[in-house]
Ligand binder design. Structure first.
Ligand code: URA
Length: 476
C-alpha cells in the first residue's frame, strides 16, 4: 500500500504529478491511500518505477473535471479521481458514459464545487481593517465555504479587487493579497472585523435591488443560504424588508398591469384589417403601417399592437424608453401608464415640454409573461433590441433631434451600444455610432421601484438630468 500526502496549497498540481507517476508505474487504485496536508508522508516508500506502456495521455475533459473535483470536501475525492483515471486506460470514452456511477458522482461533485465558488465570489464582504498602507487601503473578510475553494477562487478577488490589499480568512486556509501576488497561509478562527462605511453601501444596494412583489423566501434561502448571512451586512435588512414587503407589493399592484384579452383582441382584429390594406403614403403614416406589419422579431405575436413614437416630426428632443408597458400596449401610445405619469410630472418640473418632444421606445412591442390574470413585464433581449433598432433609426432619421434622452439601460444600449454602468454614466452626454448626441439617465420605472425613503433623492437627480434636456429644447 502506498501513502500519498498532498500539500494544502498546490493540491491539484501535486495530485496530477502523483497520479501520473502511479499510473505509469502501473499502481492500481486499491493500492493507494491519499491524504491532504495533515498525514505523515510515506518516507520509506520506494521510488515508483515507470513501466513500459504505462504512460497515458489523459482526455482534456478529465483534466477539467479533476481541476474542479479536487477542491471538494469529500475525503475520497483523490481516490475517486485516480480510480476513474485508471479506468480511462481501458475505456477512452468512459467520461461520456452517462450510466457510469463513478462519472456521475464526479460530475455532481464538480457542480457542487462550482456552486460553492460562485457563492464565494458573490457573498464575500470585505471590511476595512487598517489605515492605508502606502496609499493602498487594507481589507479583510471571513468566509466559510463548504469545500476547499479558497485556492482556486483567490485569483478572482486579486483581479476584481486589485487596487486594494486584502485578506480572506477561512477555517481551512487564509489568502493575502498585496497588489502583486496572492500568498496562502494556514486557516484561522473567525477574526473580529470592524464594521465600516462599505456596509452602508451594501445595504443601500440591497434595498435598491429588492423587489417586494417577487419575494420568494425559499428561492432566496436557496440562493443565499443562511450560513452566509452573518457575514453580509445587507442581510440584516431581510426581516425588516420581508415585513414591509406585503404593503409595498400592494402599492405596486395598484399600478400593475391588467389582463386585456377582450379589448386586445378587438384592437388586434382592427389592425389585422389595416394590415391587409395597402400601406398609406407619407413618412410617418408609412412608419405606422410598417410597424404594425413588422415581423422582424416574435414580439408582435403576443402584443396587442406596435406602439410608435409620438410628437412633432421636427422636435429638437427625442426621449427614448425601453418598450411599451401594459397600458401603452392597449392604447397604442408611449408612456401613458404609471412610468409615463411619473415622467410627465418630473419633466414638467424640469421645464421639459413633452408636447414638443418626440417620445418613443427602443422596442415597439410589449413583451410580457402571463401570470394568472396579469401580464408581467419582461425586459427585451439583445436580439429584440437589435431588430427594433431598425425602427428607432427610422424615427431618428425622420425627426433628426438635436439631443436624444436615453431613459434606462435598454435605451442606452440600443442607442450607444453600451449597457453596463448606467449609474456612473447618467447625466453625461454620449454618442450613437453615427454621432448623434445622447443624454443618459435612468428609467422612471426604476424610480417607482425604489423604497419611499430613497425615491425623492433619486427623482431629484432624474429631474436634474431632464433639466439639461429642457435647456436644449428651449434653446431652439
Ligand atoms: N416604459 C417604457 O419604457 N416605455 C413606455 O412607453 C412605458 C413604460
Amino acid at each position: 500500500m502506498r501513502r500519498v500526502v498532498l500539500p494544502e496549497i498546490g493540491t491539484f498540481d501535486a495530485w496530477r504529478d502523483e497520479a501520473r507517476a502511479l499510473l505509469s508505474a502501473g499502481v492500481p487504485p486499491e493500492e493507494v491511500l491519499w491524504f491532504r496536508g495533515e498525514a505523515e508522508p510515506d518516507l520509506f516508500a520506494a521510488p515508483l518505477p515507470a513501466v513500459e506502456g504505462g504512460a497515458v495521455t489523459v482526455p482534456k475533459g478529465f483534466v477539467d473535471l479533476a481541476r474542479q473535483v479536487i477542491w471538494h470536501s469529500d475525503p475520497e475525492r483523490f481516490a475517486r479521481l485516480y480510480a476513474v483515471l485508471w479506468a480511462l486506460r481501458g475505456n477512452r470514452h468512459l467520461l461520456a458514459d452517462r450510466g457510469d456511477a463513478r462519472i456521475d458522482r464526479l460530475n455532481r461533485m464538480a457542480k457542487e464545487v462550482g456552486r460553492d465558488r460562485h457563492k464565494m465570489t458573490a457573498f464575500v464582504r470585505f471590511r476595512e481593517v487598517a489605515a492605508p498602507n502606502g496609499g493602498r487601503r487594507q481589507f479583510a473578510a471571513w468566509f466559510e465555504p463548504s469545500h476547499y475553494i479558497l485556492e482556486p477562487t483567490a485569483p478572482f478577488f486579486a483581479k476584481r479587487f486589485g487596487d486594494m490589499d486584502w485578506s480572506i480568512f477561512t477555517p481551512d486556509l487564509s489568502a493575502h493579497f498585496d497588489g502583486k501576488a496572492v500568498r496562502f497561509e494556514a486557516g484561522a478562527e473567525r477574526p473580529d472585523l470592524p464594521e465600516d462605511a462599505a456596509e452602508e453601501l451594501w445595504r443601500t444596494y440591497f434595498r435598491n435591488i429588492f423587489n417586494p412583489a417577487r419575494l420568494k423566501l425559499g428561492a432566496m434561502r436557496a440562493e443565499m443560504p443562511r450560513k452566509y448571512w452573518k457575514n453580509m451586512p445587507e442581510t440584516r435588512l431581510i426581516p425588516e424588508m420581508v415585513a414591509a414587503a406585503q404593503a409595498r407589493a400592494r402599492q405596486m399592484a395598484e399600478a400593475a398591469p391588467t389582463l386585456a384579452p377582450a379589448r386586445a383582441a378587438r384592437i388586434g382584429e382592427r389592425l389585422q384589417a389595416a394590415r391587409a390594406a395597402p400601406p398609406p403614403v407619407g413618412d410617418r403614416a408609412e412608419l405606422l403601417a410598417g410597424l404594425n406589419g413588422c415581423r422582424r422579431c416574435p414580439l408582435w405575436k403576443d402584443a396587442t399592437q406596435a406602439v410608435p413614437g409620438e410628437g412633432p416630426p421636427d422636435a429638437p428632443l427625442m426621449v427614448v424608453g425601453e418598450q411599451p408597458g401594459d397600458r401603452e400596449d392597449l392604447e397604442g401610445r408611449p408612456f401613458v401608464g404609471p412610468a409615463g405619469r411619473l415622467f410627465d410630472e418630473v419633466a414638467a418640473r424640469a421645464g421639459l415640454d413633452r408636447g414638443r418632444a418626440y417620445v418613443t421606445n427602443a422596442v415597439k412591442h410589449f413583451k410580457f409573461a402571463p401570470r394568472g390574470k396579469r401580464r408581467i413585464h419582461q425586459a427585451p433581449d439583445r436580439g429584440e433590441m437589435q431588430q427594433c433598432r431598425w425602427w428607432l433609426d427610422r424615427e431618428r432619421a425622420l425627426v433628426q433631434p438635436e439631443l436624444i434622452v436615453a431613459m434606462g439601460a435598454t435605451a442606452a444600449e440600443s442607442l450607444t451600444g453600451k449597457r453596463a454602468g448606467l449609474m456612473s454614466r447618467r447625466g453625461g452626454i454620449e454618442e450613437t455610432p453615427d454621432g448623434a448626441r445622447v443624454l443618459i439617465t435612468v428609467h422612471p420605472s426604476y424610480l417607482l421601484r425604489l423604497p419611499e425613503g430613497e425615491r425623492a433623492a433619486a427623482t431629484a437627480l432624474f429631474e436634474a438630468d431632464l433639466r439639461k434636456a429642457a435647456a436644449v429644447q428651449s434653446g431652439r
